[in-house]
Every structure is written in structure tokens, then in C-alpha cells.
Write a protein that binds this ligand. Structure first.
Ligand code: FAD
Ligand code: NAD
Length: 457
């Protein structure tokens, strides 16, 4: 493809996050003329407002917790988080991203536009005063916090605001009991705040293994985090002084009222399509996002593809999936219909301490699958690897397929969960049996050298 003029491109990409950048770069490398548009400073969510800055804060919280585990076992003294210093450190990771992303586009010969993009026709996009035409268009506009329908909802902060807090309020409330609330509640609690999580049913972290979630909730309660389960927030208002907020609603059917310095939205994110004028582009979407076929092509406009959080694909809204889908879309643009993304064994991690990690089926899903399974549920807190670090709880559940010897699911709650889950993900994605994973030689003493005890058939 070679169409190129001031306003006509082989490809127009909407969004400069993990998905959009990847598609734009891959197609430009193959000689396509490419335009990319973003309404916010370039770089997307993960690097500026999500995974990366979050994990800088979570790292400090984790260290506090780890050192507490060894108190009286060789470590003395108190560690504490200096919020202002931590924020300043976090800023060093994010402050240059818009500029460096822009420079990357410049060097690659990708035309970039700042502004909100919307369709004006099947192959045309408006950004500001400009009207661009694209042979192909990729929608990679990510996700945004869901509207909750609570009175006074505009008083709610969100994950982005939390990541930029100059001062940590003494009391925080998180609405929703998912990834964002658990991770941020843990950070705030380790930094010394009083923290509440208000969740609308009795199953927080709904896609994770319930036994391990229960153990994590117990750990978080010990840290002082208060859980309000089966709770419905009906109204948010300012306190009389105007300095804080009042949440009112019901908890297990009884009225509750909570005053806090900040209430944060952690109640789910939805695909970012509202500003795109999709009807004008003939692009169908529903609440899961842009409706796509198995090649991530719009089912209603064959020149349009979607990747990342905005796509209505079966992939989870996580950064590795944005990358996977972007690679599939790039391949399909360059050679039509060539790649279907393979979502097998997507690992997912809640970055609390201990971390909760999961890949593949839960026990309940495996039982329903009709397969002949073996479930290894293991308390590892007495094992050398965890005992030496004073780690409690340390738990895992591994689900094996008795007939093939393969791993169907793995779930881990401890300080090494981020590593262990990746070993399981490798095995599951590439069809290694439990015996093969067990037979691998691992450095000793490490989390890997324990694996064989989780894989007994
Ligand atoms: C607080 C938080 C923590 C997270 N932590 C993790 C984690 O630890 N691990 C993990 O795997 N995932 C994590 N995620 C999820 C991860 O950030 C997303 O899955 C990933 O960033 C999605 O990438 P994307 O390219 O699809 O979208 P984004 O990176 O969101 O990019 C979309 C871009 O499109 C732009 N845009 C939107 N509408 C328009 C428009 N009309 N015109 C022009 N531009 C537009 C936006 O400004 C944005 O820059 C986290 C998310 C959040 C919010
Ligand atoms: N570590 C990670 O990988 C990570 C971290 C943060 C965010 N993310 C991504 O961001 C997405 C959004 O995260 P999230 O934590 O906002 O959502 P989530 O989907 O993880 O959890 C939201 C929870 O809020 C509950 N809820 C919904 N409305 C409510 C209400 N009005 N009151 C109380 N509870 C309510 C829901 O039952 C749900 O379980 C995630 O799905 C994930 O893909 C990933």
C-alpha cells in the first residue's frame, strides 16, 4: 500500500497506547503511510496511568510488608512510606513518555495528530479541523471507568487521580472489589491510611480462585482494611466542612454511612467508544466493545479493525492482550485473514502483597468441564522458600488433567506468585505436561525448585 498525501493514509490508528503504537509501528515498518491520533498526551494507560506507575507504588508497599515479615527474625526498626518522595520517584517513570512517544513516531515517519478522533464516514476520521482518509482504520482507544449511576458520582476520584495524589488522605474508600481497589487499597494501607473497600456482592476479585481470594481478604483485613460486602453506595456528597466526602447506602440490607477524605472508583472499566461516532463509520459495538470477528476485524466495516481494551474480543483487558491483539491486527492488515489471536493461558496478577496470580481454569470451571482432574491445594507457608522470608499466607492450587497430564489451571497467593504463574503459563501455552515442568532443572533454592511439589500427579 502506498496511498499518501497530507490527509490520505494507508492506515489511521486511533489511540497511542500499547495496542495503537504497536500496529502503527509494524505497518509503517512495511512501508505503509500511517497516521496516529490521540486525545491525551501520547503513550496510553499502562505506562502513564496504569500498570507501570502503579507498580512503582506497589513496590514500596510490598517492601514494607516484606520487612515486617522478618521483624524479630533478624530485621529491626520500622520502615515507612514517604508519600511525597514515592510520588516524585513515580513521576520519573512517567514524565517523559509523551515526548519520547512523539519522538518515536517522528523517527518512524508516522504522522501524528493530537485531538479527539471521530468517524465521519466508513474510511474517514475527523480530528480537530482536519478530515483524514484511511484505506484501513484501527480502533485502539482503550477503556475508561464505567458510569455507576450513583447520586453525586462526579465527586468520585479514579485510579488516575489516586496515582497523582499529592497527599494521602487519612481515610480512603474504594468502590468496587476488583483489581484496582485491592491494589490501591493495599498501597494506601501500607502507607498508613484507613482504608475501606465497598463491594456490591460477596465475591470480590470475581475471576480468581475463591479459596485464595478469601485468604487474601483475610490478610488485607489483618492490615486494617475494612471490607463492606453486599454493599450498595447510593449517594456521595461533600462533608459539611467541604474537605471530605460522605458515602451513604446499604450494607447487607442495613444503612451505612462512611466519611472519607477521598472515594475512588474501582468498579470496572468499559470500552472507550462514546466519542467515536461509530455509526457514521458503519462500525458496530456493544457493551463489550467494537464487535469483531476472530481476526479482530469489525463485523460491519471490513476496513476497520480493533485491538486492546476497546475490542469486543474474548481477550481480557490486560496489557499483554493489547500487545497480542495488536500483533494479530498488524499481521491481518499486512496479509488479510492470516492470524487469529491465541488467548491460551493468559496469566493475570493482582499486585498486592502477597500477590494473587491466576492462569487457566479455576477448580469450579475444571469440575464443570467434565475432565478427569486432580486438584493439588497446598499450604506452602512452612516450606523453606517462604519460611525463610516469614511469609504467611503462602498458598497454591494447581489443577491437573489426569488423562493428558497437562495443567488446566494454576493459582498462587504469595510473594513469588508473579514468577510461579509465568512458569505455569509457559507450560500451559506450549502444552508441556506437569511431568515435563517437574523434570526441568531449576536453580536451588528458588521458587522454581519447589515446583515439583505442586505438580504431583
Ligand atoms: C490503574 C490500572 C492499572 C492496571 N494495571 C495493569 C497491570 O498491572 N497489568 C496489566 O496487564 N494490565 C493492567 N491494566 C490494564 C492495561 O493498562 C490495559 O489493558 C492496557 O493499557 C490497554 O491498552 P490499549 O492500547 O488497549 O489502551 P490504552 O493504553 O488505554 O490507549 C488508548 C488510547 O486511546 C486514546 N483515546 C481514547 N479515545 C480517543 C479518541 N476518541 N480519539 C483519540 N484518542 C482516543 C486514549 O487517550 C489512550 O491514550 C491496568 C489498568 C489500570 C486503569
Ligand atoms: N493487575 C492488573 O492486571 C490490573 C490492575 C488494575 C486494573 N486492571 C484492568 O482494569 C480493569 C478494571 O479494573 P477494576 O478494578 O475497575 O474492575 P474489576 O472488573 O476488576 O472489578 C470491579 C468490581 O466492582 C464491582 N462493582 C461494580 N459496580 C459496583 C458498585 N456500584 N458498587 C460496588 N461494587 C461494584 C463488580 O462486582 C466488580 O467485581 C480490570 O478488569 C483489569 O482488566 C488490571
Amino acid at each position: 500500500m502506498t496511498a499518501s498525501s497530507e490527509s490520505t493514509f494507508d492506515l489511521i490508528v486511533l489511540g497511542t497506547g500499547s495496542a495503537g503504537q504497536s500496529v502503527a509501528t509494524a505497518c509503517r515498518e512495511q512501508g505503509w503511510s500511517v497516521a496516529i491520533i490521540d486525545s491525551r498526551p501520547f503513550g496510553g494507560t499502562c505506562s502513564q496511568r496504569g500498570c507501570d506507575p502503579k507498580r512503582v507504588l506497589a513496590g514500596a508497599a510490598e517492601l514494607i510488608a516484606r520487612s515486617r515479615n522478618l521483624k524479630g527474625k533478624g530485621l529491626a526498626g520500622e520502615n515507612a512510606i514517604d508519600w511525597a518522595d514515592l510520588m516524585a520517584f513515580k513521576t520519573t517513570f512517567v514524565e517523559n513518555i509523551p515526548q519520547s512517544t512523539e519522538e518515536k513516531f517522528e523517527e518512524a515517519g508516522i504522522r501524528y495528530f493530537h485531538g479527539s478522533a471521530s468517524f465521519t464516514g466508513k474510511n474517514s476520521i475527523r480530528v480537530g479541523e482536519e478530515e483524514l482518509t484511511g484505506g484501513k482504520i484501527v480502533i485502539a482507544t482503550g477503556a475508561k471507568p464505567a458510569t455507576l449511576g450513583i447520586e453525586g458520582e462526579d465527586l468520585l476520584g479514579n485510579s488516575e487521580g489516586f496515582l497523582d495524589l499529592k497527599e494521602l488522605p487519612s481515610t480512603l474508600a474504594f468502590i468496587g472489589g476488583g483489581y484496582i481497589s485491592f491494589e490501591f487499597a493495599h498501597i494506601a494501607a501500607e502507607a498508613g491510611a484507613n482504608v475501606h473497600i465497598i463491594h456490591n456482592n460477596d465475591k470480590p476479585l470475581k475471576n480468581f480462585e475463591p479459596d485464595l481470594v478469601d485468604a487474601l481478604v483475610q490478610r488485607m483485613r489483618e492490615l486494617g482494611i475494612v471490607f463492606h460486602l453486599n454493599a450498595k453506595t447510593e449517594k456521595i456528597s461533600r462533608t459539611e466542612s467541604g474537605e471530605g466526602y460522605v458515602l451513604e447506602g446499604t450494607e447487607n440490607g442495613q444503612p451505612f454511612r462512611l466519611e472519607c477524605g477521598l472515594a475512588v472508583h474501582g468498579a470496572g472499566r468499559v470500552p472507550n467508544v462514546d466519542e467515536l461516532d461509530l455509526e457514521k463509520g458503519g462500525v458496530e459495538a456493544d457493551k463489550k466493545g467494537v464487535t469483531v470477528d476472530e481476526h479482530l476485524r469489525s463485523v460491519s466495516n471490513s476496513d476497520v479493525y480493533a485491538a486492546g481494551d476497546v475490542s469486543g474480543s474474548p481477550g481480557l483487558p490486560l496489557t499483554p492482550i493489547a500487545g497480542l491483539e495488536a500483533r494479530a491486527v498488524s499481521a491481518n492488515l499486512l496479509e488479510e485473514g492470516s492470524v487469529k489471536p491465541n488467548y491460551t493461558a493468559t496469566p493475570s496478577i493482582v499486585f498486592t502483597y502477597p500477590m494473587l496470580a491466576s492462569v487457566g481454569m479455576t477448580e469450579e470451571q475444571a469440575r464443570k468441564s467434565g475432565k478427569e482432574i486432580k486438584v493439588n491445594t497446598v499450604d506452602m507457608s512452612g516450606w523453606y522458600t517462604y519460611k525463610r522470608m516469614g511469609e504467611k499466607p503462602s498458598m497454591a492450587k494447581v489443577i491437573l488433567d489426569q488423562s493428558s497430564g497437562c495443567i488446566l489451571g494454576a493459582h498462587v497467593l504469595n510473594g513469588e506468585a508473579e514468577h510461579l504463574i509465568n512458569y505455569f503459563a509457559i507450560a500451559m501455552r506450549h502444552g508441556l505436561t506437569a511431568a515435563q515442568l517437574s523434570d526441568t532443572l531449576y536453580g536451588y533454592p528458588t521458587d522454581g525448585s519447589d515446583l515439583k511439589y505442586l505438580l504431583e500427579t
